[in-house]
Design a protein around this ligand. Structure first.
Ligand SMILES: NC(=O)c1ccc[n+]([C@@H]2O[C@H](COP(=O)([O-])OP(=O)(O)OC[C@H]3O[C@@H](n4cnc5c(N)ncnc54)[C@H](O)[C@@H]3O)[C@@H](O)[C@H]2O)c1
Ligand SMILES: *[C@@H]1O[C@H](CO)[C@@H](O)[C@H](O)[C@H]1NC(C)=O
Length: 440
């Protein structure tokens, strides 16, 4: 928010000084226009000046448009094709378009695919919901492994059409979204833009592609909302969302179902449960707690009604990545005709539609999370315990993962203690600490 306002200030500086100068020069101007011939010359001069200004403006305009267009051209297409090319020895590799590739989960999934020899092209708009330098750093990491990340928005239908035309993607891993539950109070439109409009734009592009890719995308455990039946099973009700974020994810499940039904797109929705780990998201509690503890600042710990502790089914990133790859590997092909678009896209038969919980099945309370962090950081937290405000958070989450276990062979293996140990190790090294002290 702050950054955007700053940019606007820089683009439109206030101009009170100019008014003064004009007033001072008023008499001089009058004398110059005294004779008609001088007036004619002045007019000519002004016309020439305006013309040259206008042509300069249009030059600036086209060149800046050219420079800001971060996609297109033969060289760009070559980079996309190279990045999408599988390198598996058994020639069984897949080609995946990963949206949100500069994000936390997207960067991990992209790397894992690349490591096993699949082709990967990333797409991300690098928005400033949290520090974009972390997204740039993830992009650099991907680029050093040969994964190309396109800077663009999932709402850009022309870019999507071009990407799907240049490469016959077998799969789309759709992870781009406006995440976070509380930010929806501040900026509701960003959730509609990315999670609703962006999703529809992506599905439109996929249904028209020939061949149609299979789609695996991130829903969220937040769709269970005020559900009190534990553990949360896929068949439980999901019609009581507690936040706009949850409502947009639930809408996504319905929207993808429509595209599956009409156009034969193969759809797998994954309800992630509080994912954490190295390269994580700075807006999440485990991350901001770590930052504040290291800086000696207090942390705010929410408590539920009747002084009950909040609990989350924290899931380590490597386990989530395994679930994502298994989803891609078990996804059936889409059955739509693709090609031509224009409403001629008929499905040849029903396509696969699946929804899985990807959690850890062992909820941990927030005070326990804090004490594990304190142990790994070897520092005490200054805790500010307050009652949870009713702005979107739910009191607890707990996944039933038996369906994912049966269909995907999904079996989480990292508990919160081990996972936070790895996160803290990454955090200290990424932000230049040597065991609690910052190296400047
Ligand atoms: N991390 C979790 O605990 C968690 C839990 C449940 C669901 N999810 C879902 O998993 C997915 C990945 O989450 P994450 O934790 O990696 O979040 P993230 O914010 O780190 O990653 C999302 C990425 O998408 C990009 N993006 C956002 N809007 C875009 C747009 N319109 N066009 C192009 N790029 C856009 C962002 O720049 C960001 O890099 C999201 O869909 C999220 O809602 C995450
Ligand atoms: C977990 O989900 C499965 C369906 O995938 C269901 O059969 C089972 O009863 C659920 N278990 C519990 C404890 O809710």
């Amino acid at each position: 928010m702050k950054m955007r306002m700053l940019e606007e200030d820089e683009l439109f500086p206030s101009t009170p000084g100019k008014v003064k100068i004009e007033r001072v020069n008023h008499r001089q101007f009058h004398r110059c226009f005294a004779s008609t011939s001088t007036m004619f010359l002045w007019a000519l001069f002004l016309v020439a000046l305006t013309a040259s200004y206008l042509s300069f403006q249009s030059f600036v305009d086209t060149s800046s448009r050219y420079l800001s267009a971060s996609w297109g051209g033969l060289h760009w297409e070559k980079q996309i094709r190279a990045s999408a090319q599988p390198h598996r020895a058994d020639a069984a590799g897949i080609s995946v378009l990963v949206t949100g590739a500069a994000g936390f989960v997207g960067s991990h999934v992209s790397l894992a695919l690349r490591r096993r020899g699949d082709g990967v092209v990333g797409l991300d708009n690098f928005n400033s919901y949290y520090d974009p330098s972390l997204k740039k750093a993830r992009k650099s990491l991907l680029s050093s492994h040969g994964v190309f990340v396109v800077e663009g928005d999932v709402n850009d239908d022309k870019l999507l059409a071009k990407l799907l035309e240049v490469v016959d993607f077998t799969h789309v891993m759709h992870l781009a979204a406006q995440a976070g539950v509380r930010y929806a109070i501040e900026n509701p439109a960003s959730y509609v833009h990315s999670n609703i409009a962006g999703l529809v734009t992506l599905l439109e592009a996929c249904k028209s592609a020939d061949p149609q890719p299979a789609i695996v995308w991130a829903s969220s455990s937040s769709v269970y909302g005020l559900n009190e039946k534990v553990p949360f099973s896929e068949s439980d009700r999901t019609d009581q969302p507690a936040s706009l974020y949850a409502a947009t994810k639930k809408a996504g499940e319905e929207i993808t179902h429509t595209y599956n039904h009409i156009y034969g797109l193969s759809i797998t929705g994954l309800r992630f449960f509080t994912v954490y780990g190295p390269w994580g998201r700075p807006d999440m509690a485990y991350f901001s707690f770590t930052r504040n503890i290291l800086q000696g600042k207090p942390i705010t710990v929410y408590r539920g009604k009747d002084h009950s502790d909040l609990a989350r089914d924290f899931t380590y990133i490597d386990d989530i990545v395994k679930g994502c790859l298994a989803s891609l590997d078990t996804a059936e092909k889409s059955t739509g005709g693709g090609g031509g678009g224009g409403g001629g896209v008929k499905k040849k038969g029903p396509a696969q539609y699946r929804i899985f919980n990807l959690g850890n099945t062992s909820p941990v309370t927030v005070p326990t999370l804090v004490s594990i962090l304190e142990r790994h950081l070897r520092m005490k937290a200054k805790k500010n315990v307050v009652e949870m405000p009713g702005n979107g958070d739910v009191p607890f989450t707990h996944a039933n993962i038996s369906y994912a276990r049966a269909e995907l062979g999904y079996k989480p293996t990292t508990n919160l203690d081990a996972g936070l140990g790895k996160f803290v190790k990454w955090y200290l090294s990424y932000y230049g600490y040597t065991r609690g002290r910052k190296n400047v």
